[in-house]
Design a protein around this ligand. Structure first.
Ligand code: GLN
Length: 270
């Protein structure tokens, strides 16, 4: 017999969960000038929508119990917006969903420790580089066999889906690649023994080990790549890219960039 009651209950649950998701969808109006006067003024400031995968400390993350997204990228984009005279609204989107969100115009800008590369340049326009990065590897502290990327053959390596790490690890012969949604998931896999190494961005590996006081793991010094981060806008939105570049240049000239850099990385950038 057809169970109408059951169907109704399931339907109601679906609607409820969709509403819950919409309610906690990680939207955050993070404005640098959110004083009441600016939004109430006759020429209300324009808001740019920013997409970021907020699980990449120290670039973008959210501490438990804290409403604001924080990190180097978050401070930088707020400073850029302030310079441009606009407000920002930051949306948390999974890393592999960022470029599709930009293409669908769900957001206007991406800042997410995103490496500038030719493949992405086919789909987005990048700002000037704003941070020099690269890939390193984290292994368990007692690891004896993996001392270099060349030793990875026959081992399981955890990487974040859609990243340069995922792309580069596939070039190393004989590696069993395991892809996860976030770096935190990759590190968990390493600690539990499901993977023998994690390849990820150097500053994020540094931060994971030094700042979050992780034990039982170590980062190897060898770098697999050198990479530059850029802020991405829609491919045809060169006007916005130009404005972002002008703001970035200003922040580098007036010392604001160095201040943000020192806050997160301790020390002025050379
Ligand atoms: N820099 C890497 C990339 O662009 C990883 C970025 C990230 O995970 N947020 O692929």
């Amino acid at each position: 017999m057809f169970q109408w009651k059951k169907l109704l209950t399931v339907g109601a649950l679906c609607i409820a969960s969709v509403m819950t998701l919409a309610g906690c969808g990680g939207q955050q109006a993070a404005t640098s000038s959110s004083s009441s006067s600016s939004s109430a003024s006759s020429s209300a400031a324009q808001t740019i929508k920013v997409g970021s995968a907020v699980d990449f400390a120290p670039f973008e993350f959210q501490d438990e119990g804290q409403a604001e997204y924080q990190g180097f990228d978050m401070d930088l984009i707020r400073a850029i917006a302030k310079e441009m005279g606009v407000e920002v609204e930051i949306q948390n989107i999974g890393f592999d969903g960022l470029i599709p969100a930009l293409q669908a115009k769900t957001v206007d800008v991406l800042i997410s420790g995103m490496t500038i590369n030719d493949e992405r340049k086919q789909n987005v326009t990048f700002s000037d580089p704003y941070y020099e990065s690269g890939l390193t590897m984290v292994v368990r502290e007692d690891e004896q066999n993996i001392k270099s990327f060349q030793d990875l053959k026959g081992h399981k390596v955890a990487v974040q889906i859609g990243t340069t790490s995922a792309k580069e690890v596939k070039k190393i012969e004989g590696v069993e690649v395991k892809e996860f949604n976030t770096p935190a998931d990759c590190f968990m896999e390493l600690k539990s023994g499901g993977a023998d190494a994690v390849i990820n961005d150097r500053p994020v590996n540094d931060y994971f080990i030094t700042k979050s006081g992780q034990t039982g793991v170590k980062e190897l010094e060898e770098k697999l790549t050198s990479e530059n981060y850029g802020i991405a806008v829609a491919k045809d939105n060169t006007e916005l890219a130009g404005k972002i570049n002008a703001a970035l240049k200003k922040l580098k000239e007036n010392g604001e960039y160095d201040k943000i850099y020192a806050k997160w990385f301790g020390g002025a950038k050379k």
